[in-house]
Each structure stands twice: as C-alpha cells, then as structure tokens.
Design a protein. Structure first.
Length: 84
C-alpha cells in the first residue's frame, strides 16, 4: 500500500491556487486545517447561482460571512479572483 503524504491536501491546494488563481506564494503551517480548494469553488459558485435567483439583488449589495475554522484564506482568494 502506498504511503499517504500528510500534506497532500495542502500541496493540492497550492497547485490549484498557482495554476488557476495566479497565486505565486501560498503556504500555511502543516498542522493547520486545509480543506480542498475544489470543493470551496463549488460552494462559492452555488452561492452565486442562488444570488442570481433574486432578481432585485445587486451583486455589489451581496454580503457573505464565512464562519469557519480554516486559516488558509482560500475563500477570499477564490471570490476575489472569480467575482472582481
């Protein structure tokens, strides 16, 4: 059975952020929670689709609050890149 690298999720996120979001340097301590960026992109996209269902809601008036335990700053990076 192959050995699983403990930082695989962190390495995966680092690769995605560099390739698709133009982030040259992104690093967090190895012991920090680091969920997959790909799932977070889906979450942000679903929120954007829900906002589109409200015809009177203007994007500039939309405010979201993420209450989480991750210190990776992935959400602000994704949202700024995709919706700015």
């Amino acid at each position: 059975m192959p050995e699983i690298k403990p930082t695989i999720s962190k390495d995966f996120n680092d690769t995605l952020l560099k390739k698709y979001y133009g982030v040259a340097v992104w690093d967090i301590p190895n012991n920090y929670l680091c969920l997959a960026t790909s799932g977070r992109v889906d979450f942000v996209s679903y929120l954007a689709l829900l906002a589109e269902l409200r015809p009177n809601l203007k994007p500039e008036n939309l405010r979201l609050l993420n209450i989480g335990i991750s210190k990776s700053l992935v959400y602000p990076i994704i949202v700024t890149h995709a919706y700015s």
